[in-house]
Design a protein around this ligand. Sequence first.
Ligand code: FMN
Length: 317
Amino acid sequence: MLRIGKLHLKSQVLLAPLEGVNCKGFRQVCAEYGAGLTSTPMILANKLLEDKARQLGIINFSRNEHPLMVQLAGNESELMKQATLMVDEYADVIDVNLGCCEHDVLGLKAGAFFTKHPEQLKKVIPPVMSNTNKPVTAKIRIGWDEKSVKTVEICKALEDFGVSAITVHARTRSQSYSVKANWNEIKRAKASVNIPIIGNGDVSLPGNAKAMLERTGCDAVMIGRAAKGNPIIFKRTAYLLETGKNLPEPTDLDQVNCFIRFADFYNQQEKKSLSEFKQQALWFASFIRKNNRLKDSIRSASGFDQVTRAFQGEIRF
Ligand SMILES: Cc1cc2nc3c(=O)[nH]c(=O)nc-3n(C[C@H](O)[C@H](O)[C@H](O)COP(=O)(O)O)c2cc1C
């Protein structure tokens, strides 16, 4: 069983933080399908302090969603401290984003900025750690660019600060998504520290997760893009890791049922948006074999029920 600090996780397969994807309903359906931990998207500390209500509304927190990782990003100690105090009651784990490559985030000297300046980690890690009793983790990229890969240096610095685990997205800031993730850096990270390493990058099938664990020795895998519209990947991956056997390919009925569970959760959210729901529905629909008619129905739907009925209609034929 995977442990992050005092938290025991049921599965080694975790949902990555995904801005624009990880609404509450999606996090809940991924957890139901076997994700050992789900995550909020990144929350910028300065935005949280400027407009707490709006930012917390976007995340749609509730006190009964567990286990949940809340991800913060920022550069200033006081802001990170205040942000930690604000999210602490909702979080089982607080993660610090050290890998985001978006211009506005780099402009704030946050996210992947720290892969260039690990000496500045003291501005963001200790203020989080000293204001929560929850485990604190960090999610890194392996360096600023190919000439300055700093995986081991960053991981050791983070371990010295006392973080409970590190997620390694095995690409540099400059690589964005343009090259294959370099799993060898996950292996180097694992060999360099005594805390759990969560491997991340290019796990798009259950077999990739098994291969990553075997090749790198990492303690868990985190799935990002391949989870979009596809929470079934958590069930399939956890099953393969537990039994060594593959579940049969999901049928269209499995995928429709998965969407309906998502819709149940989504409809219970305090804050709903039809456009967000339709976007999620289109991602789920892309895993249904002949999906043109379904996608057209989703696009033209004028209500939540109409979208769900379009999926139910797929089962009848
Ligand atoms: C749409 C999208 C949104 C993302 N949002 C975040 C985020 O909020 N925080 C973060 O640490 N990483 C974010 N990432 C990066 C992912 O968490 C993950 O590290 C990356 O996609 C590599 O994993 P994958 O190959 O499984 O997709 C995002 C990626 C995508 C595609």
